[in-house]
Write a protein that binds this ligand. Sequence first.
Ligand SMILES: Cc1ncc(COP(=O)(O)O)c(C=O)c1O
Length: 395
Amino acid sequence: MNNQLIPYGKHFIDQDDIDAVIDVLKYRNLTQGEAVDSFENAVAEFVGAKYAVAMSSWTAGLHMACLAADINETQDVITSPITFVASSNAVLYCNANPVFADINSETINICTDALEQTIHNNPKTKAIIPVHFAGVPCDMKKIQQIGIKNDALIIEDAAHALGAKYTDGSMVGSCKYSDMTGFSFHPVKSIAAGEGGMITTNNEDIYKKLLRLRSHGINKLDDNFINQDRANTEGKQNPWYYEMQELGYNYRITDFQCALGESQLKKLPDFIKRRKELVKKYDQAFQEIPEISSIQQDYRNDSSHHLYVVRIKFDQLNITRADFMYELKENGILSQVHYMPVTSHPYYEKLGYRTASFPEASSYYEEALSIPLYYSLTNLEQEKVIDTIKKIIKK
Ligand SMILES: Cc1ncc(COP(=O)(O)O)c(C=O)c1O
């Protein structure tokens, strides 16, 4: 084992990945070329969705998804307080109102009872953004029912969940229970593209709108031209012609990122298999320690195992979480907290949100700690993590 710090998460790149990127750099378009289409097709096929659109990040994707759902300043959108800020920031980008519903303490996903109550209290809800926390899919059947009953669209935040399955065996991303699903390819996620995101959908109109929003609101699809007379000369399409039909962005992703993403996708089953093994070992190791409980233990089968989170009774151990993390670091181990509740950030507090309104999220946040979990974590490194945690607890 070397003396480098063990991070909480990390990408894995091999020679095939490097070759795939070099191939694009040497011989192909750097942007708007065939590697983007190819990656989109590969993800759509992998998850079983009709369409996929890649973009520069899932944060950009969340913004586009909200726009494609026609979310505006008169509407509310419900999500979980235990997520990365991007999930609700996208709602703010559309000048709409993010609303939070508390989590379920077993899954750490949005609690469907709380969701029902929240949607009842917020009749202007236009969409729900369930977040598949740490790779465990939400109860999408129930969320779909709530969406249909309340006329709300569903955008799955699957940043953590590429490769995860619903309980019926279908893949997250198939959009079986939703209008859109989005993934992130940030380096700590299931697969890495440097930065990057992808939305899958089965709705052709949404697909075409996402294509336009990704590139300045410009439409190049001849079946959608508004000014057919200007688009054509004597019945033939004018070769220079394009139309800006709405306000879009430059949220495009490069071809070399997509080449990396597609190469990584081939390794995803191996990545998940190794993560599963590591998770099993952690579960066994912490079973006997009353001050530690590993979250989501009943939901291991279908997870993509993005994070390994333990809840620690720091007060019973007479150690603060900060000191616990510092002590891990002194031993070469990095840890993190996923997440500070979105409502606890100053920006959200200034908007009037209060974390105390979400008791399950608050109590989870007090105890949560993510410890190292990634494909290339060796058995020896994992043993070091386990031994160090046990040592700190026994002190
Ligand atoms: C739950 C969640 N949603 C959204 C995002 C945003 O994804 P990206 O980093 O690709 O913009 C992240 C990334 O950390 C995330 O964890």
